[in-house]
Write a protein that binds this ligand. Structure first.
Ligand code: C2E
Ligand code: MG
Ligand code: MG
Ligand code: MG
Length: 278
């Protein structure tokens, strides 16, 4: 009996796994069609200076609305786009669309604001990355300083292409594009790599911001991260700020910028531009 039960359990897992694979393949097929069907949209979330209260820039965040599936979260579809290689063409579309948004900001008189675009390692490894970025900037007619690239350290560390990737980032940085290290604190060996990477900005992960409420050593950690980043000459952005208490503490620690629901949720370009008329 026990043996049979074991078999049944095994069969159950096998079926569940198969269903998982089938669902993944089907989602991948839908994603492949998503661009042509206009199902992808870019939302923008403001990044605000704690000293002036002004919007420094906007992070571009990809949204996928599928007829059958409804809204699918980036946490689910980004990994699929990475596995399938779809991130390369879709990432290029994100870059062009984000640069077009930067153009619109400039046309409205926001001459110093920038757009931050998330970049996957798959895109970076792709041979054309640097020229793709330059072409997107040229097509929109915006200077490199209007663009910030967000990369995660895990993504760089995991890659056998570390040196190539860093070289590409350096090349873009030399033209004026800024580089941000995203989700700071969630990877490993953070501190040692900070000085090796060609970065201008550190984005402290939401988990650290959330931990602030618990008090104790968490505040000490936040204060130390910000001080360290400043000592290295980096600008600090805190992600996922939701409460006034968090904002006040971050201001106390002299964090430069915050991003989060306390300011605004990510929203379509038109809404953001309306909100931002000068
Ligand atoms: P991320 O780059 O760290 O983006 C910040 C995430 O935090 C976004 O989630 C944003 O909507 C969310 N967020 C911002 N403020 C708050 C807040 O106050 N509370 C809470 N609970 N969440 C907040 P989202 O849009 O779901 O994106 C998740 C991740 O997907 C991003 O993390 C990024 O790694 C990836 N992603 C999104 N768009 C793109 C893209 O165009 N290309 C690539 N390669 N990755 C992308
Ligand atoms: Mg990001
Ligand atoms: Mg992040
Ligand atoms: Mg993230």
């Amino acid at each position: 009996v026990a043996k049979n039960a074991g078999k049944n359990v095994y069969r159950f897992f096998e079926e569940a796994m198969q269903e998982d694979i089938i669902e993944k393949l089907s989602m991948e097929r839908s994603l492949r069609e998503a661009m042509g069907k206009d199902e992808l949209q870019l939302h923008f979330q403001p990044i605000v200076s704690l000293s002036t209260g002004e919007i420094g820039g906007y992070e571009a965040l990809l949204r996928w609305h599928n007829l059958q599936r409804g809204m699918v979260s980036p946490g689910r579809f980004i990994p699929l786009m990475e596995e399938s290689g779809l991130i390369v063409p879709i990432g290029a579309w994100v870059m062009r669309t984000a640069c077009a948004f930067a153009r619109k900001l400039m046309d409205r008189g926001c001459l110093d604001s920038y757009v931050a675009v998330n970049v996957s390692v798959k895109q970076l490894i792709n041979g054309d990355f640097v020229s793709m970025v330059k072409a997107a900037l040229a097509e929109a007619g915006v200077p490199p300083t209007a663009l910030e690239l967000e990369i995660t350290e895990t993504i760089l560390m995991d890659s056998e292409f570390f040196d190539d990737n860093v070289a590409k980032l350096r090349e873009l940085k030399a033209t004026g594009v800024r580089i941000a290290l995203d989700d700071f604190g969630t990877g490993y060996s953070s501190l040692t790599y900070l000085k090796q990477l060609p970065i201008d900005i550190v984005k402290i992960d939401k988990s650290f911001v959330d931990d602030l409420a618990a008090g104790g050593k968490n505040k000490l950690i936040m204060g130390s991260i910000i001080a360290l980043a400043h000592n290295l000459g980096l600008t600090v952005v805190a992600e996922g700020v939701e409460t006034e208490a968090q904002r006040d503490l971050l201001r106390e620690f002299q964090c430069d910028f915050i991003q989060g629901y306390i300011i605004s949720r990510p929203a379509p370009a038109a809404e953001m531009l309306e909100f931002n008329t000068v």
